[in-house]
Design a protein around this ligand. Structure first.
Ligand SMILES: [Zn+2]
Ligand SMILES: [Zn+2]
Length: 278
């Protein structure tokens, strides 16, 4: 198993989850590699849950020190919130450090927090659902084209609270822009994540839905990862096998492993022998 989306205590929505506790759990579950991807959020009210600039070096060193004590491969990463007007500042911060993987996220769309129930209601109200989704994927596409990110986290995050207010969205509600966005992933060699937290959050499926994976494969997307989005150790590795099965069903034949922000595809059959692969 591999888990490329984990929040430890530098994400302030995760205060009690320490790096050693995640490693202990990974060892127990036989997870061969994990990526720590703490939040970097430089705008919006959520800056308070972000790692602070002056903590990034310590965060990286803490992961390196922990690596000395375990056979679980530890990756240094971030989950970075994308804001179109902040591309330069993000580029500067990301270029200052050596990371293995940078996840891109669009929790905020043009001032609306699509991970917050009240904002979601307002964002989608007064128009067909697919129009709101088009607006979401327009920003998501810009994030891909920014060149800041290796993999886009939870691609259809807009679904997180939609089912409370509107209805259970289906692939028919995904609008038009999603297809351009999938093409952008291909053109910019950016990956997509299957984020298993959707089930834990009561959304009823992973982010993204299986139809999205099928369309991504058809578009020619080649880079895929799986992440649990764990904010506490017990959920690491959550849903990994089922996520692999959904990727296989969509036609993908492996997962991408990252080192120093470069990736290599490892076929599903070879995942068992990971240590000898990279
Ligand atoms: Zn996220
Ligand atoms: Zn996350």
């Amino acid at each position: 198993m591999i888990d490329y989306h984990i929040h430890e205590y530098h994400s302030r929505d995760t205060l009690h989850a320490t790096i050693p506790n995640f490693i202990k759990e990974a060892e127990k579950k036989g997870i061969s590699e994990i990526a720590f991807t703490t939040h970097l959020i430089i705008s919006s009210p959520d800056v308070i849950i972000s790692i602070q600039n002056n903590e990034i070096q310590d965060y990286i060193e803490e992961i390196h020190a922990a690596q000395e004590l375990t056979n679980v491969k530890l990756l240094v990463g971030l989950e970075v919130d994308y804001f179109p007007e902040e591309e330069r500042r993000l580029e500067t911060i990301l270029s200052e450090y050596d990371f293995d993987i940078i996840l891109g996220s669009t929790h905020y769309i043009n001032g609306y927090d699509v991970g917050k129930r009240s904002d979601v209601e307002e964002f989608f109200s007064g128009r067909p659902l697919s129009k709101g989704v088009d607006e979401y994927f327009s920003v998501w596409k810009r994030a891909i084209e920014s060149g800041l990110f290796d993999v886009m986290a939870h691609p259809d995050y807009w679904r997180k609270f939609v089912h409370f207010h509107i209805k259970n969205p289906t692939w028919q509600d995904y609008g038009e822009v999603v297809f351009d966005a999938l093409q952008s992933l291909v053109d910019n060699k950016v990956g997509l994540e299957v984020n298993t937290s959707g089930i834990r959050h009561g959304v009823g499926s992973f982010f993204p839905i299986p139809e999205f994976l099928v369309s991504a494969k058809e578009a020619g997307v080649k880079i895929v990862t799986i992440g649990s989005d764990s904010h506490e150790p017990t959920s690491i590795g959550y849903g990994f096998t089922e996520a692999c099965n959904q990727l296989k069903a969509a036609g993908f034949d492996g997962l991408n492993l990252f080192r120093n922000r470069k990736s290599e595809l490892v076929k599903f059959n070879n995942l068992k022998n990971l240590n000898s692969v990279m």
